[in-house]
Write a new protein. Sequence first.
Length: 202
Amino acid sequence: MTPSITSISRRGLLGLFAALVLASCASTPNVRSNAAPGVDFARYRTFSFMSPMSTDRAGFHTLVSQQIVSSARRELEVRGFEFVANPDQADMLLNVHTHVADQLRVRSVPDPWMGSSYWNHRRGWYQPWPGHTRWPAPSRVEVDQFSEGRLNVDLIDRSRNMLVWEGVATKRLTQRTMNDLGPAIDGAIHEVFTQFPIQPRL
């Protein structure tokens, strides 16, 4: 039996809806930025990258550095800045630092209801007098261990050798993200540059 156009359309709409739901659930990094006071970013015309960058190792561009260069160059070029290969001829220099740290979060959460206990005749009705040893609180301690990634983008005025803008992105990392860092780095750099003083040219 040949499926009808209506059933095909419904499947397509369901697939599109599922994709939109998954996209909306994808977490974005926390981003903050700071700019040096009084700097007119519109006066800059060209940019290049620090040599070596903080993410380089043993004088070579790592895969992380290559992704950073590609993503950051795109973000600056759509804002009207021109890339120059020689850092000595650039108005701005860009440097990026990445760091992954293990974090430990401890919190107290209410215990689930497990039925009646000895202390139920007091709990919720009245409080103990000051100095009383109190009755057991219905709570437990949860410990959450996770990895957090941090990406710092620095823009330096080359002629003055001075930092003029910084953007920082932090995000909780999953093992899936660690196994495929390219999209995570690209997304973090894009989010950082949404706070850059010069917005993309349409």
